[in-house]
Design a protein around this ligand. Structure first.
Ligand SMILES: Cc1cc2nc3c(=O)[nH]c(=O)nc-3n(C[C@H](O)[C@H](O)[C@H](O)COP(=O)(O)OP(=O)(O)OC[C@H]3O[C@@H](n4cnc5c(N)ncnc54)[C@H](O)[C@@H]3O)c2cc1C
Length: 447
């Protein structure tokens, strides 16, 4: 499900479901889920292991926050629906609004994409700032409490483990039980819920994994005021090197160089320029060569695989449990989908809360969330499958679609309408099938 297929948020539609909801994890998925739970539960308690900084700083529980984080249009629009004024507050806090046609230098398939036919904007900020502004908005809701320095330890269940009715957490005062009508697991990719389900007789949910062996290396450089260039050179089969320089608040670029399939990006500051020189265009090299490095060394992040957990296919599912965010699916980060998928999932949770149906809330949500994950999965895994070394099941028709997409991108070097169509799909505004409209196909195949 894309932004275009998603019903707009309307808090009035959620009916009362119970006294307290507990959300595990105060990263993007947890914070956005808490927003929609606030409409249906008297209290929402968000439990976070980390100490949450008031300023936009990276933290241990979200180590990926040091790397480039693109907020796609589906995410920007959904978050702004959930928290009116989000975009304005981001800009007040220093974020930039980029004109995609002017400032993005997107190199793919041997050329730069033409500026899209209509003006398209993108908010650029560090990941900690994107998250901090969401957290500030959430904290304004009377029914929501965010408890940091509090670690989720275990689920509490009724006698038959049919229903999760609370959690055991460890905070400053030791172990404690929080009763809950629903517990939302937003603890990310390392979620322990699959193991818990297996131990408690539900069976382990099937996992799909597509190995890509991606590594990110990131540093920050000084950015002169007014220089808003945003070069983006994604990996494109068979080229396993890629990179981006992303303008963020505080007069800096976050520069990320990435390598897939045993292509190791630099581990040292000195290694950045030589690696960037190997890219097919000079944009990132030019920025690195003429601007001072302002970060302490290089941050690295290995990302082995696209991974999704098929909760929707379990025959039995406990009451009182919902799983979302990276805990159900995480994607090759170069496509910048994770936060936007989390935002669309929050809207899917809102729809699930607003509608009635048979079976546990978490199962009904998992079925609905599949539509969101499918779109992102198809795009990420479909593109990754073009690399020979990519290992894992690929969606049917991926290879044919990728061949078509490559041609479309080449035509988009000179065709603003195709460029716009491409960005709307990449931004999860519309489904990839939108690129098969007759007018788009015509522009793509006509020499
Ligand atoms: C290198 C990299 C780059 C990325 N780039 C992008 C991008 O450009 N655009 C984009 O949209 N997405 C990107 N993503 C994905 C994005 O970061 C995630 O999809 C997004 O953060 C949503 O994840 P989440 O909230 O589900 O989980 P996470 O962000 O992993 O957060 C999990 C939270 O749970 C907490 N937690 C864990 N265990 C416990 C416990 N036992 N008790 C209490 N709290 C706990 C953690 O401290 C953390 O706060 C990137 C990811 C990576 C790895």
């Amino acid at each position: 499900m894309t932004l275009g297929e998603t019903r707009r948020y309307d808090g009035e539609r959620a009916s009362s479901k119970g006294e307290r909801a507990v959300v595990l994890g105060a990263s993007m998925a947890g914070l956005l889920a808490a927003r929609v739970l606030d409409d249906a539960y008297e209290r929402v308690t968000v439990v976070e292991r980390d100490s949450l900084p008031t300023a936009p700083e990276t933290r241990d529980g979200v180590p990926q926050g040091k790397h480039v984080h693109v907020l796609l249009e589906a995410g920007r629009s959904s978050i702004s629906d959930l928290f009116p004024g989000y975009g304005e507050d981001l800009v007040d806090a220093g974020a930039l609004i980029i004109d995609v046609g002017q400032e993005l230098r997107h190199y793919d398939e041997g050329g730069y994409l033409a500026p899209p036919a209509r003006r398209m904007e993108m908010y650029c900020a560090s990941r900690p700032l994107l998250e901090t502004v969401v957290r500030r908005h959430l904290a304004e809701l009377d029914g929501v409490t965010i408890r940091d320095n509090t670690q989720f330890v275990a689920y509490r269940t009724d006698a038959d483990a049919d229903r999760i009715d609370g959690v055991r957490v460890r905070g400053d005062d030791g172990l404690e039980t929080l009763e809950a009508a629903v517990v939302v697991d937003a603890t990310g990719r390392a979620s322990r819920t699959p193991a818990w389900l297996a131990e408690n007789g539900y069976g382990e949910p099937p996992v799909e994994e597509v190995e890509i062996d991606m590594v990110y290396s990131t540093l920050r450089v000084n950015r002169p005021e007014g220089d808003r260039r945003m070069p983006f050179v994604p990996q494109s089969a068979p080229r396993t090197r890629g990179g981006a320089a992303f303008p963020v608040e505080g007069g800096e670029w976050v520069v990320t160089l990435g390598g897939m399939h045993e292509t190791d990006p630099p581990a040292t500051v000195e290694g950045f320029l030589p690696y960037a020189r190997e890219l097919p265009v000079e944009d990132i090299e030019t920025i690195l060569a003429s601007h001072e490095v302002v970060s302490d060394g290089v941050e690295r992040y290995p990302f082995p695989s696209n991974r999704r957990v098929r909760y929707e296919s379990l025959d039995r599912f406990p009451g009182g449990l919902v799983v979302l965010g990276d805990a159900i699916a995480s994607f090759n980060p170069i496509y910048g989908q994770g936060m936007s998928v989390a935002a669309l999932e929050a809207l899917a949770l809102h729809e699930t809360l607003a509608s009635s149906g048979d079976g546990p809330l978490g199962k009904r949500f998992a079925e609905r969330a599949t539509d969101v994950v499918d779109i992102a999965w198809q795009m990420a895994v479909g593109s990754d499958a073009a690399f020979e070394a990519t290992d894992g099941p690929t969606p049917p028709g991926a290879s044919m679609f990728d061949t078509y997409l490559s041609r479309l991108v080449r035509q988009a070097h000179t065709d603003p309408r195709l460029s716009e169509a491409f960005y709307r799909v990449v931004g999860m505004e519309v489904a990839p099938t939108d690129l098969l409209r007759p007018g788009t196909v015509w522009r793509t195949v006509t020499p």
